[in-house]
Write a protein that binds this ligand. Structure first.
Ligand SMILES: Nc1ncnc2c1ncn2[C@@H]1O[C@H](COP(=O)(O)OP(=O)(O)OP(=O)(O)O)[C@@H](O)[C@H]1O
Length: 294
C-alpha cells in the first residue's frame, strides 16, 4: 500500500486546518494511501516530519497550512535521496506557491485536487544551506515585509506590503548592497532586492509574469534608491505586471546570485524573517514533484 503523511499546522490562516482533515484523509484513502497525520506545534516541526517521511520513503507528503508551513516542509526534503510527491492545501493569507501552480485557493477544492493525477516538477531555490519555494527579499524593506501583520494581509491582501513599504521608506536608512550574478556585479544603494522563482510574490501574481515554475531561473529585481513618488509609481508598475520596466528597477535572470553588504541587512525568505546577509542563492532545477490540477 502507498504511504502518505499529512503535515498540518492547526494555527495557519483562520485556524481551519482541522475542519478539512477528515475530507483530506477520505480523499487519500480513496487513492489507496495509508495515511498518518502529524500536527505541528512549533517552528521546524514540519521540517522534521517531512525529513522523516523522506527517510521512510513515503510516497506522498501533504502540507496543510500557509507558506511558512510549506517552506518548512520543503526544507525537510533538503539533502534527501528520496523526495516524496508533494500535495499542497493552502490555508495561509498569501499562498504564493499555490497561486503560481494554479492550486485552488479554496481549501475544499484543494483537498479534492489531491486526487488529481497531474504532477509538475518545479524548481526549488537554495539559500546558503536551506531551501526556499518562492522568494527571497533582502534590504531594509525586506524587514518590513516580515513584519506586515496577518490582519493587514487579510484586510488589504498584497497592498498591505505597499502600505507598510511606503511608511518604511520615509523612516529607515537604505543599505549599500553588492550583488554578483552569473559573473556580473552591481553595487549600490537599494531598499529592496527580490529574487523570485515564480510569478507570485506577496500575493502579487504579476510581479514576474514571465517566471515559470520550471524555467531554472531566479527572476531578480534591484529596486534602486527610491523616493516616495517613485515608490508609488513602482507600486502601480507592479500591479500592472511591469515592474521590470520601471526606470528605478534593474531586472535580470540568473542561476546563481550572491548578495553581500558591509552593513547588517535583513532578508525575508518565503514570507518569513530570514538570515541576514551575506546570502548565496542557487536554483535546483525541477527538484520537487507537486500535485497540480488536471
Ligand atoms: N501549532 C502551532 N502554533 C503556532 N505556530 C505554529 C504551530 N505550528 C507551526 N507553527 C509556526 O507557524 C508558522 C507560520 O505558519 P503558516 O505560514 O503556515 O501560517 P500563517 O502565518 O497563518 O500563513 P501566512 O504566512 O500566509 O499568513 C510556521 O512557520 C511555524 O513555524
Amino acid at each position: 500500500m502507498k504511504q502518505a503523511m499529512i503535515i498540518m499546522n492547526p494555527s495557519s490562516g483562520k485556524e481551519e486546518a482541522r475542519q478539512h482533515l477528515q475530507h483530506l484523509e477520505n480523499v487519500l484513502h480513496e487513492q489507496q494511501y495509508k495515511v498518518i497525520v502529524n500536527e505541528t506545534a512549533k517552528e521546524l516541526d514540519a521540517t522534521h516530519f517531512c525529513a522523516a517521511a523522506c527517510r521512510d520513503r513515503y510516497d506522498l507528503v501533504v502540507s496543510i497550512g500557509g507558506d511558512g508551513t510549506l517552506h518548512e516542509t520543503i526544507n525537510g526534503m533538503h539533502h534527501q535521496e528520496h523526495r516524496p510527491l508533494l500535495g499542497i492545501i493552502p490555508l495561509g493569507t498569501v499562498n504564493d506557491f499555490a497561486r503560481a501552480l494554479h492550486i485552488p485557493l479554496d481549501p475544499g477544492e484543494a483537498v479534492r485536487n489531491i486526487a488529481s493525477t497531474h504532477t509538475k516538477s518545479v524548481d526549488i531555490g537554495q539559500l546558503n544551506d536551506q531551501l526556499f519555494a518562492n522568494v527571497v527579499a533582502a534590504g531594509s524593506l525586506a524587514e518590513t515585509l516580515s513584519n506586515v501583520s496577518s490582519d493587514d494581509k487579510s484586510k488589504f491582501g498584497a497592498l498591505a506590503y505597499i502600505k507598510d513599504g511606503m511608511k518604511e521608506l520615509t523612516s529607515k536608512s537604505i543599505h549599500t548592497m553588492h550583488i554578483t550574478y552569473d559573473g556580473k556585479t552591481w553595487e549600490g544603494q537599494s531598499p529592496l532586492f527580490i529574487a523570485a522563482l515564480t510569478n507570485s510574490v506577496g500575493g502579487f501574481e504579476k510581479l514576474a509574469p514571465q517566471a515559470a515554475v520550471d524555467d531554472g531561473l531566479l527572476h531578480c529585481f534591484i529596486i534602486k534608491d527610491l523616493n516616495l513618488v517613485h515608490t508609488l509609481t513602482a507600486g502601480f508598475s507592479l500591479l500592472l505586471g511591469k515592474l521590470k520596466n520601471h526606470k528605478e528597477v534593474i531586472y535580470f535572470t540568473a542561476r546563481d546570485v550572491k548578495v553581500t553588504s558591509s552593513e547588517k541587512v535583513a532578508t525575508n525568505v518565503d514570507g518569513e524573517e530570514g538570515t541576514s546577509l551575506p546570502i548565496h542563492l542557487q536554483v535546483l532545477p525541477s527538484h520537487i514533484k507537486i500535485i497540480v490540477p488536471e
